[in-house]
Design a protein. Structure first.
Length: 256
């Protein structure tokens, strides 16, 4: 639990909150990002105290609207785990397992459809960077099935009408559009919109960030999938007990 700096008091924290509220009303290109970073750091202890006390996300959003944006959500994730480079570490970890995940056998029509879309995209992809992006995206979409879980627990491809309290991703684009980087993704939590991004890989990092930043527990039916993304991929360790499904999947990947 971070502690408020000794030089700060309720009045100075309130002034920071008010100033950031004003910045939120500006277009991103007109904002004082250095000043925002400074004040978000100063108010971290108060923000964590409010979240851990069970303050609703609606109330948190009213006080810290900047937190509900893609860039600031990632920054907050970094503040909670200093020393980690969340995006770089996630990309690196996914690089190690993506191709191997794709080589594991398919078992359902849903997986076959995903694989078929992936194969179509790869045949049409002309650059190595785009090919690697498609492979990484498809590996993430296939991951829940490899762990005997449903992608729909954390990734909604319909109209997003199902209510759920835990964080999840909504995407209304086709699998082919997702794999070619032509899709958009909305992060939701506690039945409200949190932020948006146009990159599937970043969407999953933001998903993990939402659980950490808002102090939420992984849903039971998506526990193994989220644990695999957190530990083997992101290399973000904690004192939670080992997940047997994750261990078995890692063993299968090590044999490839």
């Amino acid at each position: 639990m971070p502690e408020r700096d000794a030089s700060e008091d309720d009045t100075s924290i309130a002034a920071c909150v008010q100033w950031m509220g004003g910045q939120h009303r500006y277009p991103i290109e007109r904002r004082d990002q250095i000043g925002i970073n400074l004040r978000m750091n100063k108010t971290l202890a108060d923000r964590r105290k409010a979240i851990l006390a069970g303050t609703s996300l609606t109330e948190i959003r009213l006080e810290y609207p900047l937190l509900f944006e893609e860039g600031e959500m990632l920054q907050e994730f970094q503040r909670l785990r200093p020393g980690k480079e969340m995006m770089a570490d996630f990309y690196s970890g996914l690089e190690r397992v993506a191709e191997k995940l794709m080589r594991l056998p398919c078992s359902t029509k849903e997986i076959e459809l995903t694989r078929n879309a992936r194969d179509l995209v790869l045949r049409q992809t002309k650059t190595e960077n785009k090919r690697q992006y498609a492979v990484k995206c498809c590996a993430l979409l296939l991951l829940p099935q490899k762990l005997k879980e449903k992608l729909s627990i954390i990734f909604e491809t319909g109209n997003g009408e199902e209510l759920r309290s835990h964080p999840f991703i909504i995407c209304r684009n086709s699998i082919a559009q997702i794999l070619t980087g032509e899709a958009s993704f909305k992060l939701c939590a506690d039945n409200m919109d949190v932020c948006e991004t146009d990159c599937l890989l970043k969407a999953f990092v933001l998903l993990l960030a939402c659980f950490y930043v808002f102090n939420m527990v992984y849903p039971t039916k998506g526990l193994s999938t989220l644990t695999f993304m957190q530990k083997p991929i992101l290399n973000l360790q904690d004192d939670s007990k080992n997940d047997l499904k994750v261990i078995r999947l890692l063993s299968s990947l090590n044999e490839i």
